[in-house]
Design a protein around this ligand. Structure first.
Ligand code: SAM
Length: 395
């Protein structure tokens, strides 16, 4: 492993920190200093960038080896860098390119900074991170709090080993463990702050058990259609509540298998029933993140997928757990139409949500709050008037 090249790298680190301050993602001198002092290029030595190859296929192109000035500029820019692909789906297309599903990445620095600020750590806080990945976030936490207070768990042992080695090389020794982070930190204990850098469909019971009164949890809560970063505070009864944060971004889902994402079981789609004009188009759904999040509250068991028909028309499709679906094209003459299969009421609900959101004045995502009750049930509330959406219980 090559030495950090302090002289050469320092200006990049300082520039990244300054960019994040300027963007409003870093709001304190403590985090500005941490970002200006942690070597991301040692922790992220190989990454995959998406490109379309000469055969028109979207591939992940690997960048690795000697650190060039160009590579340094990339590593110290505000970019997510994918660092691992699911070995079960990754297919090699040429010497340095693969197709496949990412299973680890070094998160977008501005998203990381926003979440770390939302975490509001104090000097004495014991912190748990779910999703060690490259170790960059653990290094930032260690730089801010000291190694002893920082704990991080990842389901992939290879990632934890590599992160541990590289962290040590740049002078950090946080507590790292291998395990399913939805079960908490494997050796137990309680934490003042919990930050998840993989998404969960609901806040796991173990995180509440490893909390204290006043513990803050910052996590991406992923419902089928969309998800958002929530900042919750746990009280003395184990009740957790708080709002979706203004920091927006999404994370790869927590998985139960170290190497791969097991294929999702979906019901077969029901036969086509009707085509009619729609009050909400694919563009409306694509362009408005807060609306997609609201739609996820309305239809928490539904999913949003893209569908290409035999004629090559690409549509946005909402599909329910019973196999009902509604799809509307992204382009062309029929963007004002929806075609439904199974129960047409599914698309009626999409239109109801659109009307609700417009009548409420198109509220942003941080106008909504999430609550996890002590029995594990959860609901979302629209803060101004208390309108409530119950979410399904998750195991
Ligand atoms: C976006 S990456 C984390 C980035 C990391 N914090 C960093 O600074 O590089 C998400 C990570 O979550 C991990 N992960 C997925 N499911 C998990 C689980 N159930 N428990 C713990 N980690 C998990 C993945 O292996 C992956 O490394």
């Amino acid at each position: 492993m090559s030495k950090p090249h302090c002289e050469e790298v320092r200006p990049h680190m300082v520039a990244l920190s300054a960019t994040l301050v300027q963007a409003g993602a870093i709001r304190s001198t403590e985090w500005a200093q941490a970002f200006a002092n942690v070597y991301r290029h040692v922790l992220v030595r190989t990454w995959f960038q998406q490109e379309t190859n000469d055969r028109g296929i979207a591939v992940w192109r690997m960048h690795s080896g000697a650190i060039t000035p160009e590579d340094l500029a990339t590593v110290y820019s505000d970019q997510t860098l994918v660092t691992a692909l699911d070995p079960d789906t990754a297919k090699r297309v040429d010497d340095t390119a693969w197709t496949g599903i990412p299973t680890s990445s070094s998160t977008l620095p501005s998203l990381m900074a926003g979440m770390l600020e939302d975490l509001a750590v104090e000097d004495y806080h014991r912190v748990l991170e779910i999703g060690t990945g490259t170790g960059y976030n653990s290094a930032l936490l260690s730089a801010r709090l000291g190694d002893d207070l920082v704990h991080s768990v990842d389901i992939d042992p290879a990632l934890v080993n590599t992160a541990q080695e590289r962290l040590k090389f740049i002078g950090y020794t946080p507590h790292l463990a291998v395990g399913d982070g939805t079960l908490g930190y494997p050796t137990g204990g309680t934490f003042d702050r919990i930050i998840a850098t993989c998404s969960v469909p609901a806040i796991p019971a173990a995180w509440i058990e490893q909390s204290k009164p006043g513990t803050v949890i910052v996590s991406d809560i992923a419902l089928g259609i969309e998800g958002g970063i929530a900042r919750l505070e746990v009280d003395e009864t184990g009740h957790a509540a708080g709002r979706f944060t203004a920091t927006s971004g999404r994370f790869m889902a927590a998985r139960t298998d170290a190497r791969t994402y097991p294929a999702r079981q979906r019901p077969p789609l029901l036969p086509e029933t009707t085509t009619r004009p729609t009050a909400v188009t694919a563009a409306d759904i694509r362009e408005h993140y807060p609306f997609r999040l609201l739609l996820a509250f309305h239809l928490p068991e539904a999913e949003l997928v893209y569908h290409r028909d035999a004629a090559g028309t690409l549509s946005l499709q909402i599909q329910g757990p019973d196999g009902s679906w509604g799809r509307t094209p992204l382009a062309g003459d029929d963007t004002g139409l929806v075609t439904c299969g199974g129960d047409p009421a599914l698309w009626g609900q999409v239109e109801n949500a659109w009307r609700w959101w417009n009548t409420a004045g198109r509220p942003a995502h941080d106008r909504f709050a999430y609550t996890r009750e002590t029995d594990g049930s959860a609901y979302v509330r629209y803060i101004p008037d208390g309108t409530r959406w119950n979410l399904p219980a998750r195991g």
